[in-house]
Ligand binder design. Structure first.
Ligand code: ATP
Length: 455
């Protein structure tokens, strides 16, 4: 049996760099209801996307997989859900108001604007080299709180979720009786007025982040940084990113952010080259000290019994949910032949697939419908299911393969007599008969097998 984590020579995944593949995935996302251009009936709005039914399901699954690994399965991490609009002093103290900028240049010929560090002194639109000097452009979206639009009411949409953890550090530590090392995790929308969004959902102005701030005693920061780099790389592997499409890149000294004592990026081989999925930074005590100085509050760990007192260092694995979803889709896309016919298939990890199970009555005939509906009723409280009784069974299998559904359950006329159904595996296309009474248990076993180790 093929090991999905280790594609063999000639596997479709060796072509991951091709622009054709990217077009196929963008097309599939639209056609099958993963991602639509936002407000398409009005001509859309540049580089903004809406997640369709399958995209909404898959994005939720990506976030759940992260949540399970980072919160549920750990006893040293607690979650929060902080406000998107908060006191602007947060962004002053964090440095975002002054330094969260990209260098903006204008092309004097065609008037397009670019991020200077993304072009080589040549306008990608018209080829002109007549560009203005770069000036800093702040990426935060500004708005006003309340009915009066005046400076005193200015607020910003958060450009990252991380600051929510720093400003709540003491509240969380005290209410949950925590002692470093411990982490605070959060998922949610962030907003950046990117100068050049693009590459589909890779860079958008509104996106979802999954961030952990892990507070540690300062001498242990290096060890924890290495630990989180390994842990996070392993998470992407476990959920199906091919090894050769994944790498950890340590930042050079001159590339480091002002707060960082060491950063490594988890990168993915996108069709246009390596791109960041997640940054894992040793932020030192920069943020807690900055907020302590600005707020006048003590943001430190204090142990009454021993008198021990210190400002923890922070290790931050900061990932993007929407970017991760795109990487999972690209890595999972494959084409092969089944019974002499070519098919496209998303070999997604079963926990990430929009649907885990498709329930397919062989025909629409009334004799089969009640049993098929009964089977759906049995499985749908345990698995996310799609019920489909349109078209030929072959076409329905193709559709489920293309949207990554790992298991199809087919109810045929024999089912009426033997009380059994056919279970078909997406990756191997092997079919087997399973008694309806055992179905939920059997499907659970199938879906829980280590990914890539079927058979
Ligand atoms: P980049 O260099 O690509 O702009 P960054 O280093 O500024 O990213 P971070 O601030 O470290 O990104 O944010 C953490 C994660 O959030 C990124 O690794 C990425 O997955 C995600 N992310 C950041 N900006 C965007 C965006 N504009 N669109 C989609 N995801 C984003």
């Amino acid at each position: 049996m093929r090991d999905m984590a280790e594609p063999t020579d000639g596997d479709f995944s060796s072509q991951k760099g091709s622009p054709e593949l990217f077009d196929k995935i963008v097309n599939l996302c639209k056609r099958r209801g993963f991602v639509f251009p936002s407000a398409e009936i009005y001509g859309g709005i540049r580089s903004t996307y809406d997640y369709g039914p399958l995209g909404a399901l898959m994005l939720r699954n990506v976030k759940n997989a992260w949540w399970k690994a980072m919160v549920q399965e750990r006893d040293d991490v607690v979650p929060i859900d902080a406000a998107i609009l908060t006191n602007p002093k947060v962004w002053e103290a964090s440095g975002h108001l002054d330094t969260f900028t990209d260098p903006l240049v204008d092309c004097r010929k065609c008037k397009e604007r670019w991020r200077q560090d993304q072009i080589d002194g040549v306008c990608p639109n018209c080829g002109s080299t007549d560009l203005t000097d770069a000036r800093p452009f702040n990426l935060m979206f500004k708005t006003f709180v309340g009915p009066v639009e005046e400076e005193a009411n200015v607020a910003y949409l958060r450009p990252e979720t991380a600051q929510g953890m720093f400003v709540n550090f003491v509240n969380v530590m005290q209410s949950m009786r925590l002692k470093p090392p411990f982490g605070i995790a959060q998922q949610g929308r962030s907003f950046r007025n990117e100068i050049t969004p693009g590459n589909f959902v890779f860079r958008t102005r509104e996106f979802e982040q999954m961030e952990l701030e892990f507070f540690v005693p300062p001498p242990d920061a290096g060890t924890w940084h290495t630990y989180w780099c390994n842990e996070r790389l392993d998470w992407y592997r476990r959920f199906g990113i091919h090894e050769h499409l994944l790498r950890l890149r340590h930042h050079e000294q001159e590339e480091l952010s002002h707060y960082s004592a060491g950063t490594a990026d988890v990168e993915f081989a996108f069709p246009w080259g390596w791109g960041e999925l997640e940054g894992i930074a040793n932020r030192t005590d920069y943020d807690l000290k900055a907020h302590a100085a600005a707020s006048g509050e003590r943001l430190e760990y204090f142990d009454q019994a021993s008198g021990e007192r210190y400002v923890p260092y922070v290790i931050e694995p900061a990932a993007g949910a929407t970017r991760a979803m795109m990487a999972f889709l690209i890595s999972a896309y494959d084409e092969d032949e089944v019974g002499g016919e070519s098919r496209s298939v998303l070999r997604l990890h079963p926990h990430l697939s929009p649907y885990q199970v498709a329930v397919l009555p062989l025909s629409k005939k009334e004799t089969l419908t009640p049993l098929a509906r009964r089977v759906l009723g049995l499985v749908k409280s345990t698995f996310m299911c799609e019920y489909d009784d349109t078209q030929s069974i072959g076409r329905r299998y193709r559709r489920q393969d293309e949207i990554g559904t790992p298991l199809c359950v087919t109810i045929d006329f024999d089912s009426l007599d033997d009380g059994a159904v056919t279970v078909r595996d997406r990756d191997t296309t092997i079919q087997r008969r399973v008694a309806i009474d055992d179905l939920v248990g059997e499907l659970s076993v199938d879906l829980a097998r280590p990914f890539g180790a079927k058979g």
